[in-house]
Design a binder for this molecule. Structure first.
Ligand code: AMP
Ligand code: MN
Ligand code: MN
Length: 339
C-alpha cells in the first residue's frame, strides 16, 4: 500500500478506464525502473479485458536512444520517438520522474495533457500531475506501477512482470538496500511466479559488459581520488569518466553507470561521486552515500535531484571539459562541508 490516498488511486483508475488513448512517458536517460515500469504498463494496457485503449509510450531523449543495457526488455519496438508523441494527450502517465522537467522533450505534452497521472517515489516530488500516485517510501516506481496494474484488474503476464522486476532489482540494489521490505519480496515473488527468469535480468543488468569496458573502468579507477577530510571528515571518493575514455572503449554513456558501484564501497568515504562526460560535453553527475549524508538535497541545490542515498545532477559549466568537472566537484565539496 502507499501513502497516496484511496481517492487518488480511484481517480487514476477511472480516468484510465474512460480514456480512448493513454500516453506513457518516463524520465530522460531512463534506468530500468523508469523504462521497465513504463513498458510494463504498455503491455498491461494492451492486454486489457474488454478492449484496449490505444497506447503511446516514449521518453524525451533526442536523439532517441535506448540504453544498451536495457535492450533485453520486451516491447521496445512499440515505443514512439518524441517527435511522434501527441502534443496534447488526453491522458498521460509519467513514470519515475521527480519533477516535470525530467521528461525532457515530453515536458510540453505533459503540461498540455488533459489529465497527468504521476507515478513516482522521489521525496522531492511536489506532485506535478493532476493525479499524483507518489510514495517516497516505495522502493521503486515499479511498486506503484504494479499496484496500478492490480487496481485496473489486469492479471500479471511475463511481459508485464519482466519490466517491473527489472525496476525492482535496480532500485533496491538487487534487494540489498534498506527499502527492501517484506512487501518488496512479496511483490518479487508474484512477479517471479509468472515464469520470468531472475538470472536473465541480473545477467543483463549487472553481469555482462564488452571487453573494452575493462579499459574504461581501469581509467576511471586509476584517477579516483579519496578525500578523507571532506564531508566534515566523513570522507569523499570521486572520479571521472571522460568522453575520451568512452571513445577509446567505443561505449555510450550508459556503460559508465556501474562505475559508481565500484567506488562507493570504499570504507574511508561516506560519499561517492562519478562525473560522466556526455557526448555534448555536459557532465552527468552521480552521487551516492552510505548512511548519513542526504545527497538528494545536495543534488537538488545543484539543479538535479534524487533520493537521500542516490542522486544526480547535470553540469555544463562555463569552462567546459576537465575544468567544468573541477567546478562541479568544488561545488559538491562546499555543500558537503555545509558551506
Ligand atoms: P544515477 O546516478 O544516474 O543512477 O541517478 C540516481 C538517482 O538520481 C536517479 O534515480 C534520479 O532519482 C536522480 N537523478 C539523477 N540525475 C538527475 C538529474 N539530472 N536531475 C534530477 N534527478 C536526477
Ligand atoms: Mn530513475
Ligand atoms: Mn526509481
Amino acid at each position: 500500500m502507499t501513502t497516496s490516498s484511496e481517492s487518488e488511486w480511484a481517480r487514476a483508475v477511472k480516468v484510465i478506464d474512460g480514456a480512448s488513448q493513454v500516453c506513457l512517458a518516463c524520465h530522460v536517460r531512463p534506468d530500468a525502473d523508469a523504462l521497465g515500469s513504463m513498458l510494463a504498463m504498455l503491455h498491461a494496457l494492451g492486454t486489457r479485458p474488454g478492449g484496449a485503449p490505444s497506447v503511446v509510450a516514449s521518453f524525451g531523449d533526442e536523439p532517441f536512444e535506448i540504453p544498451a543495457i536495457l535492450r533485453f526488455l520486451p516491447g521496445l519496438e512499440l515505443l514512439t520517438p518524441p517527435d511522434g508523441y501527441p502534443a496534447q494527450p488526453e491522458v498521460m502517465l509519467s513514470f519515475d520522474a521527480g519533477s516535470i522537467d525530467r521528461l525532457g522533450a515530453l515536458t510540453w505534452p505533459a503540461e498540455a495533457a488533459g489529465e497527468l497521472i504521476v507515478l513516482d517515489h522521489h521525496a522531492s516530488n511536489a506532485g506535478f500531475g493532476t493525479i499524483n500516485l507518489v510514495d517516497p517510501a516505495a522502493a521503486a516506481t515499479a511498486v506503484l506501477a504494479a499496484e496500478l496494474v492490480d487496481r485496473l484488474g489486469i492479471p500479471l503476464t511475463e511481459q508485464i512482470a519482466l519490466g517491473l522486476y527489472a525496476g525492482l532489482v535496480t532500485d533496491t540494489g538487487s534487494f540489498k538496500f534498506s527499502a527492501t521490505t517484506p512487501a518488496v519480496h512479496e511483490l518479487a515473488a508474484r512477479l517471479l511466479a509468472t515464469g520470468i527468469d531472475p538470472g536473465v535480468v541480473s545477467r543483463e543488468l549487472y553481469d555482462r559488459a564488452p571487453f573494452s569496458y575493462l579499459g574504461l573502468l581501469a581509467a576511471a579507477l586509476g584517477r579516483a581520488r579519496l578525500e578523507p577530510e571532506a564531508a566534515r571528515g566523513l570522507g569523499l571518493i570521486w572520479t571521472t569518466v571522460t568522453r575520451g575514455d568512452r571513445a577509446k572503449a567505443g561505449l555510450g554513456l550508459d556503460a559508465a553507470e556501474s562505475v559508481i558501484d565500484e567506488i562507493r564501497r570504499t570504507d574511508e568515504a561516506e560519499v561517492a561521486v562519478v562525473l560522466k562526460e556526455d557526448d555534448a560535453g555536459t557532465w552527468q553527475v552521480s552521487m551516492r552515500s552510505k548512511s548519513l549524508v542526504d545527497v538528494g538535497a545536495i543534488c537538488s541545490s545543484l539543479g538535479g535531484g534524487g533520493h537521500a542515498r542516490a542522486a544526480g545532477f547535470s553540469f555544463a559549466g562555463s569552462a567546459g571539459g576537465a575544468s567544468a568537472a573541477d567546478d562541479a566537484i568544488t561545488a559538491i565539496r562546499r555543500l558537503l562541508d555545509g558551506r
